[in-house]
Write a protein that binds this ligand. Structure first.
Ligand SMILES: Nc1nc2c(ncn2[C@@H]2O[C@H](COP(=O)(O)OP(=O)(O)OP(=O)(O)O)[C@@H](O)[C@H]2O)c(=O)[nH]1
Length: 498
């Protein structure tokens, strides 16, 4: 369902804008420009209505041509809003009109800065806010060029008066202590100095009276400062909006990227990579007395489901099995999709007997679950599970062996002639006592080795007729493979490091 733009919340609106086509985004920029120009137009109207009071601050002779220019440019951008939507499918024309939009707007802002004077506040907010806003809506390269050109124009306008060039300016210098109508082009810093001087004159006797306040109000400095704030306000709002939108979009895309990188699209479970990473992390965090269980769960004869009912039904089954596993296991357990119809379950801090009970429960839950695809199609499936519990005693033993291999390796390395000036990482390691290494390190491929042992138990479960749980800890054949797990550290330990 399409949400009307006026009903969309802030978050939704930001998303919608970024999903829009280039033409619509450029139109939106033109709308923002029209809004800004409208504010300038209203300022002219205000000055015209209050001309008697403001005559001393504003050069009225310039007001009318400027007002006319503002009106014409406003009409041009109103036309542009519609025109950009009409040429949405012609990308070349669209890009050309984007350049026109940016050039006209850039020139317009330069004229506004010229005739209304400039303060660092207005220039800064205008440049940065406007540029950021525009960069999100039209081609970034064009905006970057326009930004640079505007910076040069503003610098030029600031320098020209010092070179004796009188530029048109609507600002009239009206200081109560000077004759009314005294006119001079003022830069922002000059204005600030004059303002300080005025304040010093007004408050020289140290008292604040209504007369003093009225004098400040009658000062042209006050009027122009308020004007600049009025002109800067919409852009300041845009800037905050753009920053928060940017952050929102960044947050969302980061979440999406992390979600895509770590999760299986079909089941929503962690994917193999993320499952292994979590496994490694939990293994490293175990305390000395904690056991650690790894389960491989494989759906039985899953190929038949695909062959008989189609891949979609197979996908549906995988999703439901994933839901069963997530429902039955706790937050601390790690469930991931390890392969096609194979799931890896890690139960940190779960001893063997309890792990067997949990695995048996999972098997029962799957075997008794009725997969209801539609009114005519209902079936049940089973799963086989291979389990292996690495007890804390075995873990300590592996660490011990690994530390022994490492220290042997260190001794071998330290017996080699050493270069006196370079401290190698190995020589650093030689200074760590073996007793410390013992509880600090496990071979980095320990996870794969544990999974391999659980996989042997899974194969055994399949061999024994499927729909059952087999523990590698209880298998005589696998006792050998656990033996292999320890003894093979000798060879692997030389290449691996925790
Ligand atoms: N629908 C669907 N099928 C998948 C997906 N991933 C793997 N498979 C299928 O899973 C089936 C696995 O078949 P096999 O490895 O022969 O195993 P099996 O039929 O379950 O038999 P046993 O494991 O021996 O009980 C293959 O047909 C794959 O195409 C998937 O994401 N969706």
């Amino acid at each position: 369902m399409v949400t009307p733009i006026y009903r969309a919340g802030y978050k939704k609106l930001s998303q919608m804008i970024f999903e829009w086509q280039a033409a619509d985004r450029a139109s939106l920029l033109a709308i923002f420009i029209v809004m800004e120009i409208t504010m300038h137009w209203l300022w002219c109207l205000f000055v015209w209505l209050r001309q008697e009071a403001l005559e001393g601050y504003v050069d009225m002779a310039l007001l009318y041509p400027i007002w006319a220019v503002i009106t014409l440019i406003g009409i041009f951008f109103c036309w542009m809003v519609g025109h950009l939507s009409h040429i949405r499918d012609d990308s070349k024309r669209l890009h050309n009109w984007q350049i026109v939009l940016i050039c006209v707007y850039g020139l317009y802002i330069a004229v506004v800065v010229l005739v209304m004077g400039h303060s660092s506040l207005v220039s800064g907010v205008s440049l940065v806010g406007g540029t950021m806003l525009a960069m999100m809506l039209v081609r970034r390269r064009y905006i970057w060029y326009a930004f640079l050109i505007q910076v040069y124009l503003i610098v030029l306008m600031a320098i020209l008066p010092y070179l004796g060039v009188t530029l048109p300016s609507m600002r009239q210098l009206n200081i109560p202590s000077l004759p009314l109508g005294t006119y001079s082009y003022q830069t922002y810093s000059e204005m600030t100095s004059i303002e300080n001087a005025i304040e010093a004159t007004i408050f020289q006797d140290g008292t604040l009276s209504w007369d003093s306040i009225n004098e400040i109000r009658r000062s042209s400095v006050f009027f122009w400062r308020v004007t600049h704030m009025y002109l800067a306000l919409p852009k300041a709002i845009f800037m905050v909006y753009i920053f928060s939108t940017l952050l929102l979009i960044l947050d969302n895309s980061k979440k999406q990227i992390v979600q895509h990188a770590n999760h299986d699209e079909l089941t929503g479970l962690k994917n193999r990579r993320c499952g292994l990473t979590k496994m490694r992390q939990t293994l490293a965090k175990l305390t000395k007395s904690q056991d650690y269980t790894v389960i491989l769960l494989d759906l039985d004869l899953f190929k038949d489901i695909n062959d008989n009912y189609g891949h979609d039904v197979g996908d549906h089954v995988l999703k439901e099995v994933a839901d069963i596993l997530t429902d039955k296991l706790t937050e601390t357990d790690i469930v991931s999709r390890y392969g096609g119809e194979e799931f890896l379950i890690v139960l940190p801090d779960i001893a063997h007997d309890l792990a067997m009970a949990i695995a048996e429960q999972l098997r029962c839950d799957i075997a008794t679950h009725v997969f209801q695809i539609d009114h005519n199609l209902r079936f049940k499936i089973t799963a086989s599970l291979g389990l292996y519990t690495l007890t804390h005693v075995e873990r300590a033993c592996i660490r011990q062996r690994y530390a022994a291999i490492k220290s042997k390796e260190t001794v071998a390395t330290s017996s080699l002639p050493k270069l006196p000036t370079i401290k190698s990482r190995k020589s650093k390691r030689a200074s760590i006592p073996v007793s410390e290494l013992r509880y600090a390190q496990l071979p980095s491929d320990i996870c794969q080795r544990l999974i391999r042992v659980a996989d042997k138990a899974l194969y055994e479960a399949k061999d024994r007729g499927r729909n059952q749980v087999v523990s590698a800890n209880e298998m005589t054949v696998t006792k050998d493979s656990i033996g292999q797990l320890y003894s093979s550290q000798k060879t692997s330990g030389q290449k691996t490091d925790a």
